[in-house]
Design a protein. Structure first.
Length: 94
């Protein structure tokens, strides 16, 4: 019998829409380690607009998509005192 994992831990650089959809379809929790998404121009732009560090914006984006994150970033408590708008989420995802 093939067992499906309950959690899939991946690096941020490995995160794809296909992987997110697969995990959601099979009820596998997705956890991302790393912050490779901070180089995204939209993340940088939103960080400037919201006066936040790009790492915080990227981690918040992942959380709002239902993806667990692991981080050593010192500003991780700042993840919970704001949200990204639907439009900002689309900018990052594009």
């Amino acid at each position: 019998m093939h067992k499906i994992p309950s959690v899939n831990l991946v690096s941020a650089s490995s995160l794809t829409e296909e992987l997110i959809e697969y995990c959601q379809a099979h009820k596998i929790a997705l956890m991302v380690q790393g912050q490779d998404g901070v180089e995204n121009r939209e993340v940088q732009r939103i960080a400037l607009m919201k006066q936040r560090q790009p790492e915080v914006i990227y981690l918040r984006y992942l959380l709002q998509r239902g993806i667990a994150v692991t981080t050593r970033h010192s500003a991780c408590l700042q993840l919970f005192d704001f949200t990204l708008s639907a439009e900002e989420m689309r900018w990052i995802q594009a």
